[in-house]
Write a protein of this length. Sequence first.
Length: 440
Amino acid sequence: MNTSKLYSLFARKIKEKIPRISQEDLLDEEIFSETKFRVIISFENITDRAIFISQNKEVDLINQFTIIPSINVNLSLAEIHKFQNDELVKRIEEDQQLYLCLKNVNEIIQLNKYKQSQIKYTGKNINIGLIDTGIQTYYESFFESIIEEFEEKIKISTIKKERMVNKRRDITHATLMASIICNKLKDENNIRLGIAPDATIIDFPISDEQDIFYFSSVLNILDDIVKGQLDMDILLISFSSLESSDGKDILCMACKVLIEKGIIVIAPSGNNGPFPSSIGSPGALEEIITVGSLEKNGTLSSFSGRGPTLKGTHKPEIYFPGSKIDIPILKDHTIKLTGTSVSAAIAAGIVALLKQYNPKYSSKDIKEIFQIYYREHKKDHKIIDIVGLFKQLGIYSRQLIPYSYLIKRSISITIQVAIIFILVFFWENIFNFFRALYGF
């Protein structure tokens, strides 16, 4: 089989699947008609794609994409062999299956201390796209949050607790990720629990009754983002492929298009650790910000995907807590969550704070900030101290005296001064008043 147009990792997979098949057998459609692969065929341009479709109308076409001219089809081995020799075809690769990377955040990363500082950012006016399973906005953690539904682009206010009856059992992954970023619930010190509570979340739901997701599921959304020219600062993709990646597959290339348009794309390293080179797609893309998971004591989580990528790129760039993290969705209900997607959601919130501080920060700038912090603090897999990071940027100032305290204190001092003033200048009148009152 001519494999020049097969994505190298897909070619290797086919070779492992059919090691003893001869070239002649590959042409026998009866033998291989039952062996179907869900694949993506990419083209040099949209014109080539249109010609290919018109010439191969019998092909089982599932979908087509514009961000990278391509189609999603089911092909037999014989058809793959046939299209390998088609001049219109640029590359054939597997439409890989994607998996959600799911397996007391503020205190662990010292965010509470930052939230009590004199200068603080909350993610205001920062738009974060979330490609996940759909946000259930009726939970209390989203009350007064700004969440935009991509299909309608309508800002919606979340519903109060009366609508939450019997909703606790079926909580989507996206609901938990969004709760990490923009949770409006407050702790005992009246501090909101979300990393960036004032950020706007744009919900890009991927719905599937069987919870099976593919590259093509995400490519659909990336297509819509580019077509719609959406105002987005950050895009969090909660998925990762099970198989390791070299960062050159079509999903990675599509993410690269978004990064080149100025969107900071964040992805988990995946839960395929502890083996080296276990980072899947899209986290293996060099330009993407890939996030690994840490235990609460700062050690690397055993499940967290390790670098380098199959291409040799050093990954992940950053690590955040991702093991047994408590996520409150109601005042009296908390979900405990583990996985690199948790770490990635925390990273998205932190990046939102940095973007609010300097809207011109690019993906490259954010990476450099993290790298400088690690280098200067001689950290390896340690948890980032947010206060230390913001001090380094010169945007942290310890809170001097709360404004509310100043008001109360000024009122108290004013009253004391008034009493002293009255006693000094009107003491004789006061003395005569009490003498007349008590007759002494």
